[in-house]
Ligand binder design. Sequence first.
Ligand code: C2E
Ligand code: MG
Ligand code: MG
Ligand code: MG
Length: 293
Amino acid sequence: QAKRLGGATHQVLDLRASRVGLASDQLEADVRAALDTDQLAVAYQPIVRAADGQLKGVEALMRWTHPDRGPISPHAAIAAAERIGAIDSLGGWVLTRSCEDWLGWTTAHPDLALDLSVNVSGRQLMARDYPGTLERVLDSTGMDPQALVLEVTEGILLEESGRIVRTLAAIRDLGVRLALDDFGTGFCSLTYLRRFPIDIVKIDQSFVAEMGTDPASGAIVEAIARLAHVLNLSVTAEGVETEEQRAGVLDVGCDLAQGYLFARPMAAADLAARLERPDGVGAGAYRVASPPR
Ligand code: C2E
Ligand code: MG
Ligand code: MG
Ligand code: MG
């Protein structure tokens, strides 16, 4: 079923993936099997310029369709893989597959400047010589390091800060950028922006969702965007579902946006098909959504 992520199916999977849980002991036993069979897939969600919807990148999102249970949420899958020490395999698989897909799209469209964002769990990042592993994947796949963004969450920055800073610095030495994901949901977030070598801040979708109804959320998004810009960071708004939210995040200074308004996560083949029929105006304008009304 993972193979059938395309078309209308992926919308259903996307909704179910976030809701379906599973007894964790069972899940752990099944993670290894998933790695050995073809139960895993990667879905890609466009990241666009907030001002006009032009495609700037895609985020790789793991999809696991369990043979009996159907779609398993990525959070549950990652947690299970971490518990049994399979996160390196799982994370490595997602990274390698998405770099291969990226190479396919950009080879077919040489004028397409497309960033690839891949989520990395704390446990994965803290594995021995993660930067070395990353470098080998870059070499073996032909992925352009300058086009790769690794998304980490604030949680990891709470651990062993000296080691984390060295690891993040080594990743950036490869030319790969770092994004702080789900920003605003962790602890003392603002100080992290200075202490760690971060390039991009992704404002958590909970703030975006509340912007219209809660003035405080709007103020928080605006404050984060302002500070990020002062520190020379780029700002992405997550979970943009309505035109009002798009206008709102643009108004407070978010550079990029991601959400169901523009596109849902889709199979690699679906993204390839969309790139074949760009409906934007002018060369290289691969719009995935209509321009603002
Ligand atoms: P995330 O990195 O913050 O990814 C964004 C999540 O928001 C995705 O959920 C995406 O489908 C969902 N989303 C996107 N636009 C909208 C919208 O407009 N409205 C709403 N309500 N949701 C939207 P998904 O795919 O279920 O992934 C959940 C989380 O699982 C991710 O959050 C990420 O933290 C983690 N994850 C996914 N794939 C991987 C992976 O390969 N490795 C690791 N370590 N974590 C992963
Ligand atoms: Mg992410
Ligand atoms: Mg996020
Ligand atoms: Mg999230």
